[in-house]
Design a protein around this ligand. Structure first.
Ligand SMILES: [Zn+2]
Length: 330
């Protein structure tokens, strides 16, 4: 029963977003749907069948169990229903933000999560493209959070519906007017915001982890407003998988060794940069700002190498070979 309550909203949102993508696409996808969709939809179908056959409505069961046993924070404080439902949805959404960051931080979890990132285009089907291991780990994690919180069953089901809907929405390749996108970004993760997370650049993949509301990224300083190469120039996927992978190969990805998503960068403030420049071994500074941006806090940086942003990839690759000094990108 609970599965059907969840299925129809998902089906409606998915159909709307796919139609919208056809009518008003944001980007020309580099790969044809025929190359990506069999893998993405195959994974979706496999996950649906596996979840249905193995655990059913685990989130609902966890919430009912917590209510019967009267365990979990909200039961202990006898929170009223009107408070417990929105509070649970919000806490679960934050928990999913944390889960997403964990999947990026631990090499074994990253192996599983890279199935999602290996997609060479981002559209509504990408929002469903997860390895079954990630789906089961996430279900178990959510069940633990639901029980610890004592979330009402209604909140658990509503959250699953919301998560599915927002994931399909924020991965979709739809064009929204810029002003609408900027307005929505205050309370909803928009497609332009989440697409940055699918960039091949590690610094951009380590941003915009949120699924529903953008607040966690803003609070935890992982929010990124725009990709360096712009929404249309942004390269999607993982730099070490540049061909579409068939379903069988995608299922095996977590069991193969692959390059870790190295975090070889850190953000520095203008003040830290000034201190670094005064050191004995100053960093190599690449400045890709437009002339108009020089009026900001940093101003002109003496000795910085000015280059157009389109040359950045080439220059960084050259520097990566035989690099002895840290590189700072402004
Ligand atoms: Zn991710």
């Amino acid at each position: 029963m609970e599965m059907w309550i969840r299925f129809w909203p998902f089906f409606a949102v998915f159909s709307i977003m796919v139609t919208w993508e056809c009518l008003s696409p944001r980007r020309i996808l580099s790969q044809r749907r025929a190359e990506r969709w069999p893998t993405n939809l195959g994974l979706t179908l496999l996950n649906m069948v596996l979840v249905w056959a193995v655990v059913g409505g685990l989130a609902y069961m966890a919430a009912t169990f917590a209510a019967e046993q009267q365990i979990g924070l909200l039961h202990w404080v006898s929170a009223p229903f009107w408070f417990a439902v929105p509070a649970s949805i919000l806490v679960l959404d934050f928990a999913l933000y944390v889960q997403h960051r964990l999947f990026h931080s631990f090499p074994l979890l990253w192996r599983v999560h890279q199935v999602h990132h290996a997609d060479l285009g981002v559209d509504a089907t990408t929002g469903l493209r997860f390895h079954p291991i990630e789906i089961f780990l996430s279900l178990a994690y959510k069940a633990v959070v639901i029980i610890a919180l004592g979330a009402p069953a209604w909140a658990a089901v509503a959250f699953e519906i919301l998560l599915n809907a927002t994931s399909v929405f924020n991965h979709s390749n739809v064009s929204l007017p810029e002003r609408l996108d900027q307005g929505l970004r205050w309370f909803l993760v928009t497609p332009d915001m989440h697409r940055i997370h699918h960039s091949t650049r590690a610094v951009e993949t380590h941003a915009n982890f949120g699924f529903s509301v953008p607040w966690w990224d803003r609070l935890c300083r992982t929010y990124r407003a725009e990709p360096a190469l712009g929404q249309l120039g942004l390269e999607i996927g993982l730099s070490w998988y540049r061909a579409s992978l068939p379903l069988g190969q995608v299922l095996l990805l977590p069991f193969q060794t692959s390059p870790p998503l190295e975090k070889t960068w850190k953000e520095v403030s203008p003040l830290q940069l000034r201190e670094m420049l005064a050191e004995e071994n100053p960093p190599y500074v690449l400045d890709v700002r437009d002339l108009g941006e020089f009026t900001g806090e940093l101003g002109h940086i003496a000795g910085a190498h000015l280059l157009p942003v389109s040359d950045l990839d080439k220059r960084l690759n050259e520097l990566a070979l035989g690099r002895s000094r840290p590189v700072v990108l402004v």
